[in-house]
Design a protein around this ligand. Structure first.
Ligand code: NAD
Length: 474
């Protein structure tokens, strides 16, 4: 049995794990990484990157449909759905290779297999298991668990991977179903709804809360719901999925339909070819020795302190596996923070109030900090500013006038506490406000910063000015 010693062993090669491994090497740690599936994890292989590729294809379809608005007539638009999926898979493949390259460049040994943690007199021993065989044993003082998460479901909502899918099967589904019911109006549900609708599928989104994207400011979620309805997507809010069954259309028929029983504002049984269950995540904590080691796991996630240390010395957990927010950029930030603290560097904790979140449908939704509702609940006296893209010259020029920028300031200290953008480049625009928020910007610093004209970013400046009654173009 090959046995090797390291300073740091990272279990899981997603954006949290591989980033932590690279930072560890930069800080002089002898580091190894263990990954059972594909380097890059869900984000690069099954989530963020391939889904953005599919969403771009959906945007191209929409651009074709509205080309007339630009004086261009496009006729006979056709698509090859399998080619759309293949492009996305190719991009995922390249992304995985990119991480393989980064591991080589940083001289990080990559162990392909499933990591199983055990106590060892010199720290923690990670067995690398392939099927039932142990191929390697890695001993270290610092073991970072970065095993991520997977889609969860509820009783009566079994994901069978055939008719009732999670995002994993959906991302590679290369035959477009005629009709789809999506359970959950969070980021995954909304992004897939936009994608499948663009190619002509009949899509229904069922969300039990009273707005889609419930984490977002309602004003912006309402814009998304309104734009989706214009596209023909059936958006049911305040409606809960009770159960899902798969039934044959007739006793001897080979055709099966998915029946989704819903209650609330709508009481009905929805029929569709497939269903996507997107009701949140659960951590990947099973079969890796955590129970035997006595590591605290609560409701499917590893418990950690602010330095990502578990209750067992020398064992850390970063990214999705330690609980929400389940975002790749949070995992990476936690990975870097964790390793820097292991090194003894005095770095500030990750500021969870400064984490941007983005949903990549069109119009996109991006935000950082508090919603208006949350700010009020917390007792802030607030100043709110808005600027609609319909009043932006750039947005009109590029034909993207849906949505707005909304900012929330703490009136007492003139501090930006929340920023919300719904619009075609919201994902890029949120960076300015995230930086502003982390630097505790005042309104004046933003409005006295000259923004290039004509850009969508001017809408940010105007929204901030609006909060203080100084907007010019509205
Ligand atoms: P989510 O938690 O974002 O949304 C799940 C939704 O399902 C919620 O709105 C919830 O109210 C609803 N729901 C739960 N039970 C229901 C029921 N019985 N009937 C109807 N609705 C029900 O989860 P998700 O969309 O599965 O995404 C998982 C995670 O992945 C999230 O944290 C998300 O932020 C992240 N993600 C992020 C991106 C991105 O950054 N663009 C993309 C995809 C996923």
């Amino acid at each position: 049995m090959a046995q090797s010693e390291f300073d740091v062993v990272v279990v899981g090669g997603g954006p949290g794990g591989y980033t932590a491994a690279i930072r560890a090497v930069q800080l002089g740690f002898k580091t190894a990484i263990v990954e059972s599936e594909r380097l890059g994890g869900i984000c690069l292989n099954w989530g963020c990157i391939p889904s953005k590729s599919l969403l771009k294809a959906a945007e191209v379809m929409h651009m074709m449909k509205k080309s007339k608005e630009f004086g261009i007539t496009v006729t006979g638009v056709e698509f090859d759905f399998q080619a759309v999926i293949k492009r996305s898979r190719d991009i995922a493949g390249k992304s995985e290779k990119g991480v393989q390259y980064l591991m080589k460049k940083n001289k990080i040994p990559y162990y392909a297999g499933f990591g199983y943690l055990k106590n060892h007199k010199n720290g923690i021993l990670v067995e690398v298991r392939e099927k039932d065989k142990v191929t390697d044993e890695l001993i270290s003082n610092h073991t970072i668990i970065a095993t991520g998460s997977r889609a969860k479901s509820f009783p009566g909502m079994t994901i069978d991977g055939r008719k009732v899918l999670s995002f994993m099967e959906s991302i590679v589904l290369d035959k477009l179903p005629e009709s789809i019911t999506i359970i959950g109006g969070g980021a995954i549900g909304i992004e897939f709804a936009y994608f499948w609708n663009a190619f002509g599928a009949k899509v229904t989104v069922v969300e039990m809360l009273d707005q889609t994207l419930p984490q977002e400011d309602k004003e912006l979620s309402d814009v998304v719901s309104r734009e989706f309805r214009k596209l023909g997507i059936n958006v049911l809010t305040g409606t809960k999925v009770e159960n899902i069954t798969v039934e044959k259309t007739a006793p001897n028929s080979k055709t099966e339909k998915v029946k989704t029983k819903v209650s609330g504002k709508t009481n009905d049984t929805l029929e569709s070819d497939i269903a996507l269950v997107a009701v949140g995540f659960t951590g990947n904590v099973e079969h890796m020795g955590l129970e035997e080691l006595g590591i605290n796991v609560d409701k499917g996630f590893i418990k950690v302190d602010k330095d990502y240390i578990t209750n067992i010395e020398g064992v850390y957990a970063i990214g999705d596996v330690n609980g929400p927010p389940w975002l790749a950029h949070v995992a990476s930030a936690e990975g870097i923070n964790c390793v820097e603290k292991i090194k003894g560097i005095e770095v500030p904790d990750v500021d969870y109030l400064c984490i941007p979140s983005v949903t990549f449908c069109q119009p996109q939704v991006a935000s950082v900090g508090l919603t208006e509702k949350k700010a009020k609940e917390l007792g802030y006296e607030i100043k709110v500013g808005r600027f609609p893209f319909s009043a932006s010259g750039k947005a009109r020029a590029i034909g993207e006038t849906a949505g707005l920028v909304k900012v929330i300031f703490d009136a007492k200290y003139d501090e930006l506490i929340g920023a919300h953008i719904c619009g075609c480049e919201a994902s890029e625009m949120i960076a300015e406000l995230t930086l502003g928020k982390s630097l505790e910007t005042t309104h004046e610093q933003i409005i006295k910063t000259v923004h290039a004209h004509p850009t969508l970013a001017e809408a940010t400046m105007e929204a901030v000015a609006d909060a203080y009654g100084e907007a010019i173009n509205i």
